[in-house]
Design a protein around this ligand. Structure first.
Ligand code: BGC
Length: 917
């Protein structure tokens, strides 16, 4: 069984690792570069980074494989590149092993210009060059003046009477323009965005496969546009460009208290179609020549759902020659001053379909079980008389009697309605809403609903899966699946807290706690890069990061552990991706945040401006003093900023922040730590923070760790941590030698624990430990989501401690890998695989009889320090030979229970006949 799972995991990770990447399927042992990336993306269309960073990897697992040099050629055309010339940039041969974030240093590109590039690499013996396949990036509209269109919307008369509730509950605008092309088209790009949501159409076809575009930003600060290659959709003669608009985050409901119209009152479109002919360029823009109408989408709202009346469809509305009945001139505003920025992350897409697990008839409706708590919607087929009204309600869980439990959705109706037009087989899929659900209640369905007629459509920011963790515990494997589903369901344009109730906000604490786990599971660098701009947009004039970004509904300045996300997330991205540019971009903002804390808390305890002061949110059975939490984060911020200052060569700042961090830590100890190492409140979170944030004098650490472990043991292996402490608990226990206690917490199945959620049917991570208990049933519906990722931050421990796959902060982005597994908990094997920016990394161990095997893979040009569980290095073999003599393995030192080796790139299998128990 375990072997089968291991092989499956390996295959899955491998399959996904090398998929979707230019040339990545070339299995080769030489140093052919594959998977060329620009700003983390494969061939990005329409970016606005003038000096983008280029990266590549090598598919070989050959030991010692190392790039000794590279040359990047960047050319205007693929032909020039094929001729071996870089007319935009030729880096020349650079003697370096770096293959990540090489900054393009060629001629500045103009709006719309595409750069073709290729990298050549030489291996460790100087052999080469080995060439990658060509890749490209394309610049979007760089200059504000490039945009000549105007924001357009439906004339007020067509919006219907202004709704007393929300504009999202009035019909969706359809907008279009017709134009004639008299010459062949050589190339065409559509640049489009909306205040609201848009789905663009050209000549009867939907453009692209993104949904919920343009995504969520603070629309009053920046509008994010997408770029599409529409060359093949145009033709000589008459053409129609159109768009359907939705309310989305702009004017629909977001957050709690029924808040809507947060940025504006009606959705608007801004688009620019740039058409190149052999002898010139024609540009079609949104302006007052467009016309608008309403059609079959009678209401749309992210929280409330969508109502679709097929009888009101506008057949052929986006085709030349369509009827003009019901259409009238649009309202055109000006372009405004708000910056337009290129979307730089993966679009939101439908990424998977789910066949329902079961359908159960209940009175006049059917309950459909998707078998998985997911985010998205369903596609429904139906056939029935015109006017048949089918209603779909969505919920995460069921009441004990089998009916939908919707109380926890609060004000989010999550209800879609379809009205048939009576035209045979009809297909419905919403455009401008999403739901968090496992169950769908279908009523009014005209005949027998079957699983072929209703399909779950999983919607998420389409980040690639990069990591996999598996082990011999079925429970932990299910936990890992639940964590991944929690991430998928909540990474939708921004990292949200939950996808179902009237909230769905970008809470900073949730994000900072989970970010490290997220970075393992998926390629989230581009996603977080975008969101960190939202965080920056949300910083107050006084320097405060917010609780939520975009800053909306909860307008407060950040509470401890919330605002600090603005410092912690860039640091985590630096560790995981080696992204120094993010530090540079956000350094000023982070410094302002720290200055704000310092200014308002001169005695270095975070007493003032704790704002919403959530404390260790949703902790159970213990309350950590809030001032202590705040002060711990204050110190952590100063320490991280000191490190980041050093990384970007601000030595003076670094010294100042180091001193500040030391002073805050000293103030922490003085105020909250007793001479015997007891931390005020004596809670797990208090101890875990003090240990993990390095606040204690070395002499007090063992005692503090012992109190922590004792608290866990005294509670029968149970945790008391909330959002703030949860991700630090198992690492703190593990690093201080209480490995079995950490496993006890992680593997526990009685309340409160991850296992308890799983035993009660969780397929994602619950918001609260007590979301449902045997004694009490459901928690207070006013706050009880079944899909919140914060407690899923244990995932980081699974990868980094159980499997032992970690980065070296001194050489981040897996340039130097630290392999240090902690076998325990009765597990017989565990394995993590991760596709890093430098290529595949893996760490897996298994115990057979007495012997332990540790398998390690390190990407080309990288190296690793491997801590093999062994009390005597002489007993360690690698590939059957004494490890001290193995190729590309160097013995470093013997620690009490670890033999430490240095290895180069490649795959290794260490064996210990009698590892320490
Ligand atoms: C959200 C959390 C968030 C919290 C702030 C809740 O309503 O769902 O995830 O961090 O508020 O305490």
């Amino acid at each position: 069984m375990s072997d089968r799972v291991r092989r499956d995991t390996k295959q899955t990770v491998r399959g996904e690792m090398l998929m979707n990447a230019t040339g990545a399927d070339r299995a080769t042992d030489d140093l052919t570069p594959v998977d060329p990336r620009c700003e983390y993306l494969v061939n990005p269309l329409g970016i606005d980074v003038q000096r983008p960073r280029l990266s590549w990897v090598f598919p070989t697992e050959r030991r010692g494989a190392r790039q000794s040099g590279y040359q990047i050629l960047v050319a205007r055309t693929p032909e020039t590149l094929a001729a071996g010339q870089g007319d935009l940039w030729d880096s020349g041969r650079v003697e370096a092993s770096t293959s990540v974030h090489v900054v393009y240093d060629g001629r500045e590109l103009r709006s719309g210009e595409r750069a073709w590039w290729q990298v050549r690499a030489w291996d460790e013996l100087g052999q080469g060059p080995f060439e990658s396949l060509p890749a490209w990036w394309e610049i979007g509209l760089m200059e504000p003046d490039d945009w000549t269109g105007r924001w357009i919307s439906l004339p007020a008369a067509l919006h219907g009477a202004p709704s007393d509730q929300s504009p999202s509950l009035s019909p969706c605008p359809y907008l279009r323009t017709t134009f004639t092309l008299s010459r062949p088209v050589t190339r065409a790009r559509l640049y489009a965005t909306a205040r609201g949501l848009y789905e663009a159409h050209l000549n009867g076809q939907r453009i692209g496969d993104a949904v919920l575009a343009p995504g969520w930003t603070d629309y009053s600060t920046r509008n994010q546009y997408q770029t599409y290659d529409v060359t093949d959709l145009l033709h000589q003669g008459s053409n129609v460009l159109g768009a359907i608009l939705g309310a989305g985050w702009y004017c629909g409901r977001v957050g709690f208290l029924g808040a809507h119209s947060n940025y504006g009152l009606v959705p608007e479109l801004l688009a620019q179609l740039v058409i190149e002919h052999p002898d010139g360029v024609v540009t079609i823009v949104t302006d007052d020549s467009w016309e608008g109408a309403t059609g079959s989408i009678l209401a749309d709202d992210l929280l409330m759902g969508e109502t679709y009346d097929a009888r009101a469809e506008l057949p052929g509305w986006d085709l030349p020659g369509a009827s003009g009945d019901g259409w009238s001139a649009v309202r055109a505003g000006d372009r405004g001053q708000t910056p337009l920025v290129a979307d730089r992350a993966e679009p939101v897409r439908v990424v998977e379909e789910i066949v329902p697990r079961s359908l159960t008839a209940r009175g006049d409706h059917v309950i459909v079980d998707m078998g998985q708590l997911m985010t998205g919607w369903v596609r429904l087929r139906a056939e029935g008389p015109a006017g048949t009204r089918i209603q779909l309600r969505f919920a995460e869980v069921l009441n004990p009697d089998g009916s939908l439990y919707t109380e926890n959705l609060r004000g989010a109706a999550q209800t879609d309605v379809v009205i048939l037009r009576g035209a045979g087989d009809e297909l419905f899929e919403p455009r401008f809403t999403f739901h968090g659900f496992r169950y769908v209640e279908v009523s009014g369905y005209p005949d027998a609903l079957t699983s072929e007629r209703i399909t779950g459509r999983v919607v998420e920011s389409a980040t690639e899966r990069t990591g996999a963790f598996a082990c011999s515990s079925d429970m932990l494997n299910q936990l890992q699946r639940n964590i991944v589903w929690g991430q998928r369901g909540n990474f939708l344009s921004i990292p949200t807290d939950c996808p179902q109730r009237d909230e769905r906000l970008g809470w900073l604490a949730d994000a900072q706690i989970f970010a490290r786990t997220a970075c393992f599971n998926a390629g989230v660098a581009a996603f977080f890069t975008k969101w960190l701009n939202d965080v920056a947009d949300a910083q107050s004039a006084d320097g405060a990061f917010p609780d939520v970004a975009p800053r909306l509904v909860d307008l407060a300045d950040g509470a401890p552990a919330w605002g600090d996300g603005g410092v912690i997330v860039p640091w985590i991205l630096y560790l995981c991706y080696g992204d120094r540019r993010l530090i540079e971009a956000h350094y000023g903002g982070m410094a302002r945040w720290l200055a704000y804390l310092e200014r308002h808390n001169p005695d270095l305890l975070w007493k003032n401006r704790r704002n919403n002061d959530f404390g260790d949110w949703l902790a159970v059975g213990a309350e950590t003093p809030k001032e202590l939490i705040g002060t711990a984060f204050f110190a952590a911020d100063a320490r991280l900023l000191a490190r980041m200052a050093r990384i970007i060569d601000r030595v003076g700042d670094a010294e100042r922040y180091e001193a500040l961090a030391d002073r805050i830590a000293a103030a922490f100890v003085k105020a909250y730590v007793a001479p015997d190492g007891r931390v005020q409140g004596e809670t797990q979170t208090g101890y875990a923070l003090a240990l993990q944030m390095d606040l204690l004098p070395a002499a007090l650490r063992p005692a503090a760790a012992r109190y922590l472990a004792e608290d866990v043991e005294r509670r029968g292996g149970h945790l008391t941590t909330g959002f703030v402490g949860v991700s630090h608990l198992c690492p703190a226990l593990t690093e201080t030698g209480h490995v079995e206690t950490a496993y006890r917490v992680a593997l526990g199945e009685s309340y409160p624990s991850w296992g308890y959620m799983i035993q009660h049917g969780a397929t994602t991570i619950w918001e609260r430990w007590d979301g449902w208990t045997d004694e009490r049933g459901f928690q207070d519906p006013r706050m009880n989501s079944f899909n919140h990722y914060a407690f899923g931050s244990i995932g980081d421990w699974l990868y980094r401690y159980v499997a032992g796959l970690d980065v070296d902060p001194e050489r981040p982005g897996y340039e130097h890998v630290v392999i240090r597994p902690y076998p325990g908990g009765g597990l017989s094997w565990a394995r993590a695989e991760y596709r890093s920016v430098r290529g595949p990394v893996a760490s897996g161990w298994k115990i057979e009889g007495e012997a332990l095997t540790l398998e390690v893979t390190i990407p080309p040009s990288s190296s690793a320090t491997v801590f093999v569980p062994a009390t005597d290095a002489a007993t360690v073999t690698e590939g059957g030979r004494p490890a001290t003599e193995a190729d590309h393995v160097r013995f470093l030192q013997q620690e009490a229970d670890r033999a430490v080796f240095a290895v180069d790139s490649g795959s290794y299998a260490f064996q210990v006949s009698a590892p320490p128990s």
